[in-house]
Design a protein around this ligand. Sequence first.
Ligand code: GLY
Length: 470
Amino acid sequence: MPNFLLVGNGAREHAVAKAVCGREDVKLFVYMSAKNPAIVKLCKESGGEFIIGNIENGEEIAKWAKERGIELAFPSPDAVLAAGVVDELQNAGIKCAAPKKAAARLEWDKNYARELMQKNSIEGCPKFKFFNLHKRVKSLGEIEKGAMNGNEELDAVEKEIKEFVNELGGEVAIKPCGLTGGKGVKVTGFQLKNADEAISYAKEVIERKDGGGLGVIIEQKLIGEEFSLMAFCDGKKVVGMPMVQDHKRAYEGDEGPNTGGMGSYSGKGKVLPFLMQKDYDDAMKIMQKICDCMREKEGAEYKGIMYGGFIATKDGVLVIEINSRFGDPEAMNVLAVLKTPLNDVLQKVAGGKLEDNLRWEEKATVVKYLVPQGYPGKSAEPSEIEIDFEKLGKSGAQIYYASVNEREGKVYSGKSRSIAVLGVGESIDEAQETARKGCEAVKGKLWCRNDIGTEALLQKRFEHMQELRG
Ligand code: GLY
């Protein structure tokens, strides 16, 4: 088995590291931006190495990897893919199971993904329009100049924004086109009170250059149940994983500001209990078409994880966004039930030899994120986190370290989500109970959403879909 390089250090990467180290002959090497103690332990036990550095510096990463005889690499976070780390590694002759910058553009430029769907008549694209001071952005930092400048141009754009928001009846989603760590999207009736607030927010996104100044897209507001469907892609073949539902809102009952995701669940089998096989199949068809278009029309073969954010509505499945990596927390749900060794799958992804024969355990999973006080606003100063491993063992839950840092043998919270707690069980409720007990084994100034995976919340999801579909 090759020396395996992982780039990244969150809970999602901890889950990848754990899955990869499931085989004895793997040496794990990790390039990380902060010291994740669990990943470091896996590295050492496997006979590999780690380094703390700038995980977006492809040149340095490729040099480090080359010196260590890395044969297969998995650069994981969105910003790392947008920075072209895969391109640098491949230039150095290292195989990667992740998309190059041009293919990862599906995530780092939301307008690119929408236009790809529109011009190729791919199903599931809601009504949308792109706005920016300049008419088109070719790539990060490369902007075609528009005819007007400054205030004059901003006024003209605001007028167009107003017209489109009115055309959509004032019910809209405002999305910065570039990367915002999952916190940039705002929807009327939720984070935005009304159409006026939506117009102001769209203008602010443009003025402040949120998401790297790539502009903003405005879309019709969609009503339904959201789900994440991730798939392995080898450039041609797209092989789906179990559906997962993440919880973006910070507080119980789906209230409060957006977060990177407060927790998630998957059911027994691939389809969530309140959705249908047809939803799964329709979503898979959309991702297959996107993969085909990337190869045939865009000249940007898509290899790696494709993550479709979908919504099941009364009119069928629509696409919210396409991401170019594992979801976080969703990675922990699916990797907990993947029985085929992950390294074998990633080898096939990189080599263009993926087969539709992956084995999955028939179990439900629940992840709850413990987050610092103040999250997702200004998080409290770093504070110590202690794990009662005896209690954790008794609970049957597993933990994954996220935004934490180890100093002098102690683990401290960072600015973002701290610890993910995973429960696996015969039902979502059983897995939820395990995760809940696991959370009690983690001591620190942290909190979580208690409702994720409970029967009461699932009942609401059933009723919602029944109301929509009759
Ligand atoms: N769970 C949301 C994301 O990974 O983008």
